[in-house]
Write a protein that binds this ligand. Structure first.
Ligand code: ADP
Ligand code: MG
Length: 721
């Protein structure tokens, strides 16, 4: 008899085993049994097409009436539309990029079709339905009778391996399988009334009824969540065991001096988060904390206080920024906030004063030498930089804290490279302005503790956002330019954001692909700047800013903008993160539908940073009913970053967020969806914690399963790298 680890070859034979390996990478029975059905065809529960209601999951018995495929114009790909009829009415079935199905869905063929009823252009349809065709020449009634069991599982299938063939393979595999030992602790299984692993696998593929299929699905989804949380919590516990230098707050030092020099009061949120960080830093174990807070919520000061705490204990802090513009800006901001406290080493400097220095890839040899020397000697208490900080020549006297601003460009490896510059593991603070729903934070950053700044500092002016639909209301765009002129007349400044740098050359191949033929019509900085300068914004000082300028040019432009020598900055998303010019009050975003929801939210955070109200105008030529317009309306309707990041996540595939493909291969997250399964993930987290507390060693099968998941995850990671 076979186990989950038995090779498929032994059960299915060489040819079929090879097809499964080539298509999905499956080699064992376990791999195959984790290919789950999407739905079940229920015998005897067929619907009439004329009675279909939008949103229902249905199965119909129908005949192919016509099939046509066509290319898409706006992007690469094709659509196959198949019209079927059951005598009562007609229904369209649509398939994206699956033209191969045209060969089997021939006019006149009969079959069972299953899917969720949708409506498009007023017509009911099934998008990507599952189906089972009735073999040519066989009598329909007996063919339908002949389907094994009452519930026929419908699998994700392909031209090479149709659903019924997969069903056959799985039937053979289950037939050969011994009782599968369960790795789930009994108490967990009892708590939720889950079936055993063996039962769950059998019921999922060949259910006695839909209820037991559902229970089995829940059990296996829970397995995924539990194993993932066990891995994350284990890693977190291991990190907590590491030793680090404790850096408790001192009563007397640069931190206290800084606090008393601050021209404003910290918000309640800042105080609470600062306390969490201070508690972490005082431990002899490294802090691993994520600080999330809306743009403008005041993360920088919180991070700076952490740096000063470390300095008071004789250590240094490194601040990693994603771009040179931001690194330079951080340096300026920190020097300004510290004032005389940043003049360490100068004649007549304040006691406890330190120095802040900058290390970037494009700085001159002389300033780099100077910065390297200060980092190595410890004279610089704070070293700000880009990824250049990770370079081999960079040494610290005593690196005690790493602050990462905007985590996205920095992976775990980069963090590790920087950590290697410290004698003991340093404390780590990751800052992000992209709010992350709790469960996503728990999954993606499961090894980090999370602090959240929810309130904005008092006196912050609100931001109003409007959609400017150029197709329907061309005159609104002129109004947008007049608004910029009005704001500038009142002494304020503006941003105009475009999705690309130049008209002809793309800086981003993905963008080209996504945008297809319409790419050439998209607004670009290089075209828009001169157009505005000589047209709608004549008389104002307009300047471009984008990633293709040299570091000096970017730096000079930003400086000029913050000194009000420029009225309007025409730019790409270089300004997306962190740029802080409180005097800028309007932002016009061209082709706003080209940006993601969270990105738009980040962008508009650049205005309304001072005491005057901010205005953000989302210019679009998307049609009123389109999904793109819906997204823009959502951004206009709320300033709640958490809500927007949810919308963003729901629209993107969650797999992209998690950095794992959930579509196939050996990924262990097949059924689990971070947002949909929030409650389940929370429950799994608690159970995982209980299991670890009471000693996971008493569950050897769970330990073995976990090791397997870990090994597969590592393999997948290495494959990607
Ligand atoms: P974030 O990095 O979270 O986007 P910043 O730290 O850059 O936000 O803060 C935005 C602005 O608000 C800065 O100009 C900062 O000096 C100011 N600020 C921060 N905390 C407060 C506070 N408690 N009261 C008033 N202003 C504050
Ligand atoms: Mg910031």
């Amino acid at each position: 008899m076979a186990t989950l680890d038995s090779k498929l070859v032994g059960v299915l034979g060489d040819r079929t085993a090879k097809v499964l390996r080539d298509l999905y990478g499956y080699s064992t029975i376990g791999d195959l049994l984790h290919h789950y059905p999407r739905r079940y065809l229920v015998r005897g529960e067929l619907s009439d097409i004329s009675e279909l209601v939008e949103g229902d999951e249905v199965t119909i018995l129908a005949q192919v009436f016509s099939a046509t495929s066509r290319r898409l114009h706006a992007r690469k790909g094709n659509i196959l539309e198949v019209v079927v009829t059951d005598g009562t009415a007609k229904l369209s079935l649509t398939f994206f990029n699956q033209a191969w199905r045209e060969k089997e869905l021939k006019v006149g063929r009969q079959g069972l079709f299953a899917g969720k009823v949708g409506v498009f252009n007023g017509k009911r349809q099934l998008a990507h339905p599952d189906y089972e065709l009735i073999p040519d020449g066989s009598d329909v009634d007996s063919a339908v009778e002949g389907f094994a069991g009452k519930y026929l599982p419908m699998y994700p299938a392909s031209a090479k391996l149709p659903s019924w063939k997969i069903a056959q393979c799985i039937e053979l595999a289950i037939g050969a399988l011994d009782e599968v030992p369960d790795f789930m602790p009994d108490w967990v299984r009892t708590k939720y009334g889950f079936p055993s692993l063996h039962q769950a696998l059998v019921q999922l593929h060949n259910p006695a009824d839909l209820n037991s299929a559902e229970k089995s699905r829940q059990r296996i989804t829970f397995d995924e969540a539990l194993l993932m949380q066990l891995l994350l919590l284990t890693r977190r516990r291991e990190l907590k065991e590491l030793s680090a230098v404790a850096r408790p707050e001192q009563d007397d030092g640069i931190l206290k001096k800084f606090d008393s020099s601050l021209p404003f009061q910290l918000t309640g949120g800042q105080i609470a988060v600062a306390q969490e960080i201070a508690n972490d830093l005082a431990q002899p174990h490294p802090m691993h904390r994520l600080l999330q807070g809306e743009v403008g919520s005041g993360k920088t000061i919180v991070a700076l206080r952490a740096a000063l705490t470390v300095i008071d204990n004789g250590g240094q802090a490194a601040l990693l920024a994603p771009t040179e513009v931001l690194a330079a800006q951080h340096l300026r901001t920190i020097e300004k906030l510290l004032g005389p406290l940043a003049q360490g080493g100068m004649l007549g400097a304040e006691e406890n004063a330190t120095q802040v220095t900058l290390i970037t890839g494009s700085q001159s040899a002389a300033s780099r030498r100077d910065a390297l020397a200060k980092a190595a000697s410890g004279e610089a208490g704070i070293v700000v930089g880009t990824h250049a900080l990770l370079g081999e020549s960079v040494e610290f006297k005593d690196l005690g804290l790493i602050i990462v601003d905007e985590q996205h460009p920095f992976g775990v490896e980069q963090r590790d490279a920087l950590k290697s510059k410290a004698v003991n593991p340093p404390h780590l603070l990751v800052m992000t302005a992209t709010p992350i729903p709790r469960t996503v934070a728990m999954t993606v950053f499961g090894d980090l503790d999370v602090s959240t700044l929810r309130e904005l500092p008092l006196g912050r002016a609100p931001i109003t956002t409007h959609v400017v639909p150029v197709l329907e209301k061309p005159s609104y765009l002129d109004r947008a330019w007049s608004r910029i002129k009005e704001e500038v007349a009142q002494g304020h400044q503006a941003y105009v954001v475009a999705p690309r740098i130049s008209a002809s050359v793309s800086e981003d191949a993905d963008m080209d692909f996504l945008m297809g033929e319409s790419a050439t019509t998209m607004a670009s900085v290089e075209e828009l700047g001169p157009q505005l300068q000589s047209g709608a914004l004549t008389g104002l000082k307009v300047a471009p800013l984008h990633g293709r300028l040299s570091a000096e040019e970017k730096e000079a432009t930003m400086r000029a903008f913050s000194h009000r020598e420029i009225d309007v900055l025409v730019c790409t998303t270089v300004i997306e993160v962190g740029v802080d010019v409180p005097n800028a009050t309007v932002m016009v975003i061209m082709d706003a539908d080209r940006f993601g929801v969270s990105q738009l939210h980040q962008l508009r955070g650049r205005v309304g940073r001072g005491t005057s109200p901010g205005l953000c105008l989302l210019v679009t030529s998307a049609s009123p009913e389109s999904a793109a317009r819906e997204r823009l309306s959502a951004v206009a309707a709320t300033l709640d970053g958490f809500e927007l990041s949810r919308i963003d996540l729901e629209q993107r595939r969650e797999g992209d967020v998690l950095g794992v493909s959930q579509s196939g291969g050996k990924s262990h997250l097949r059924l689990l969806r971070v947002l949909r399964d929030e409650a389940l993930i929370e429950a799994a987290r608690e159970d995982a914690s209980t299991i670890l507390d009471s000693g996971i060693e008493s569950h050897p099968r769970l330990v073995a399963e976990l090791a397997q998941v870990q090994a597969d995850a590592t393999a997948e990671f290495i494959d990607k790298a």
